[in-house]
Every structure is written in C-alpha cells, then in structure tokens.
Design a protein around this ligand. Structure first.
Ligand SMILES: [Zn+2]
Ligand SMILES: [Zn+2]
Ligand SMILES: [Zn+2]
Length: 357
C-alpha cells in the first residue's frame, strides 16, 4: 500500500516525466499555439505536430491502403484509441477520447510553458489552452444519415456533459461541438465521430454573430433568432421541419447550398442549459432533417456545428444557441475565400422545396 509520502513521490516522478516530454516537444517546435494576425486581430491555431512534410497534406482518399486491403479502423472498440477513452464518458453507444493532436490542450503546465515561446513582443502569441475531444459513436457501420434518434440523443447528452466539464475548467472561454462527415468536409476517418473544442478564445465568426445579435436587440428590443423563427413560420417558404420544441429552416442568406439551421423555439443562450427532454426533441428533429438532406442530395459530405454563447457569459436576451448544417456540395473559390463574400448557387427557397418534396 502506498503511504501519502510515496504517493507524492510517484506523482512527482510522473510530473517530471510529463515536463521532460513537454521540453522535448518545445525544443522540436512541435507544440500547438495561438497566433494573432497582427493586422486583422484574428487568431490562428498553429499545430505543427499534425503535419510536417508536404505529403502529409495529401487528402486521404479512402479507408484502403495501397494494396487495396482494408486497414484496421482506428476508432473501433478495441483499437489503441479506444484504450485512451475517458472512462466516465463511456456509454453503450458512445465513448470519448482526448484528441491525439489537440488544437487546445488541457494540461496547464504544458500551456504556461508555451506562453513563453515568443519573447520578441512583435507578434502576439498565446498558449492554446482548453481541450479537444473526439466523441465516437461505437457502431462503425452507421453514419450520420442512419443515426437513430437514440444515437442522436446520446451524442447531444454526451456533448452537454463535455460542455459542463469545460465550463468548470477555468481556462475555457468557448466550447464548440462540430461534426465532419465525408472527406470534402474534413473527415479523414470514416468511423462516425464528432469533436468538441474548448478554447481560450471566442471564434471570430461567433464574435460577429454576437455583435450583430446585440445590435438587433438594441434596435428591436427582441432576440433576432426568436424573431427569425416567428417570421419563417409565417412565410412558410424555407421551413424544413418542426416539432414541439425545435424549428428547422434553410437560411435566408445561406453561405452554402442547402444550408439548414435548427433552433430551439424557446429562448436559451446556452446549449448545455438544455435538459434531457429538450435534447430528445433535438435528436428527433435532427433525425428528420438528416433524412431529408440524405434523401434529396444522396448523403452528401457535410458539417454541422453548435453555435453557443461564450462559456463565461450568463444568460443573454440577445443571443440564442442554434445548430448550422452545411452540406459541402461546392468548394469556395478564390473570391469567396479572400473577400468573405459567398456566391451561393442554390436559392434557399428552392432548397427547402427540394428537401420537402
Ligand atoms: Zn470503426
Ligand atoms: Zn431568442
Ligand atoms: Zn450561427
């Protein structure tokens, strides 16, 4: 049996090993960090440990290796990744692992060391603090278009628990759950999985949404998202699905063809304030929306994201959490990327018509 003293010694040795690994990584310049664009003020996460050589940037085309045989899946139950699971976040349907190449890291010691990387003072650098998980659906053979409402519910309940965990982490300013389906949407592994990012920055796009929502609230004295739902219910030209607690429609100024938004009908700033009954209703509407997208567009590559209030903010009357679903049917060209003005080739009204036919 370990005495208190021997326990301390063991812990100290463990810390010393971690510190050694960190110092080695620092020496090789292989630790992620946040760098600020000195002109626009936007943040970039540099994760050099992920890709080092030009051929590492090649897009993986399939699950098969060069001889055409199947590679063992890296996320299936029993894989080395499964062995790294966080045991308190495992259910019959889902398990959670820390991302092997995190964009934001939880170990405070690791982070405090990284803040010393750029001593010049010309550029602004911050440690990339927070967390980065992979939330993995155990069943390899299902995909986002065949998730049952049970899988959807479990996915959202697990995400809520991870958000609650990040909220307790004092270094976290923003949590974002994202899902990539298909190689063109950024998924390099076929096995169904979501990711949650917990960052010490608020993403630029969310800052724009908050600023715009506040401005709308100040001039209309109401929440723009609540008003949008009421307006779309009256217009009836962009509705995709609806149930007791949620509303789904194509977005009037869509950035992507067939972009669909899913919003709670009640005003709520934070996703993780929602209870189980609400998340079951969310699961039901997602099941319906994905059935429509899958059927209409032949299971396209796609992303979806939860847009939420910043972690440290209390309940706000101007911001309303929601989900944006963005099928990846076309690529952005130079104009879209550089001007941030999107040319969407599909009208949202026609998209809704097709999705409902
Ligand atoms: Zn698998
Ligand atoms: Zn609202
Ligand atoms: Zn949004």
């Amino acid at each position: 049996m370990l005495t208190n003293n021997s326990h301390c010694v063991a812990e100290h040795t463990h810390c010393a090993v971690i510190l050694y690994v960190i110092k080695q990584a620092l020496r090789r310049g292989r630790v992620p960090q946040l760098r600020q664009n000195i002109i626009t003020g936007e943040w970039v996460v540099i994760t050099p440990e992920r890709s080092q050589r030009p051929h590492d940037f090649k897009i993986p085309s399939s699950h098969k290796n060069e001889s055409g045989t199947e590679k063992p899946c890296v996320f299936c139950v029993g894989s080395p990744a499964y062995q790294t699971r966080i045991h308190t976040y495992e259910s019959n349907i889902i398990y959670v692992i820390p991302n092997k190449y995190p964009a934001f890291v939880e170990n405070p010691e690791y982070c405090s060391m990284r803040s010393k990387i750029d001593p010049s003072g010309f550029y602004t650098t911050m440690p990339s603090v927070g967390g980065h998980d992979v939330v993995i659906v155990k069943d390899h053979d299902c995909d986002i278009y065949s998730f049952s409402t049970g899988i959807w519910t479990e996915l959202f309940l697990m995400t809520k628990r991870r958000y609650e965990h990040w909220r307790e982490n004092r270094t976290c300013d923003y949590s974002m759950m994202i899902y990539n389906h298909g190689v063109p949407a950024g998924a390099s592994i076929d096995h169904p999985h979501a990711q949650t990012f917990a960052s010490n920055i608020i993403p630029s796009y969310i800052i724009k949404e908050i600023k715009g929502s506040k401005k709308y609230y100040n001039s209309h004295k109401s929440c723009v998202y609540c008003d949008l739902i009421v307006y779309e219910q009256k217009q009836k030209v962009r509705i995709v699905a609806e149930n007791d607690l949620f509303f789904a429609c194509t977005f009037y100024a869509a950035r992507f063809p067939y972009e669909v938004w899913v919003l709670p009908k009640h005003h709520q700033s934070h996703f993780d304030s929602e209870g189980q009954r609400t998340l079951i209703e969310l699961a039901q509407i997602m099941h319906v929306v994905f059935e429509k997208i899958g059927k209409t567009l032949n299971n396209p590559p796609l992303n979806f994201y939860i847009h939420d209030s910043p972690t440290r903010d209390g309940e706000k009357n101007y911001y309303h959490w929601h989900i944006e679903i963005t099928p990846r049917l076309s690529h952005y060209g130079g104009y879209e990327i550089e001007s941030e003005v999107v040319i969407d080739v599909q009208s949202p009204e026609n998209a809704a018509e097709y999705l409902n036919s």
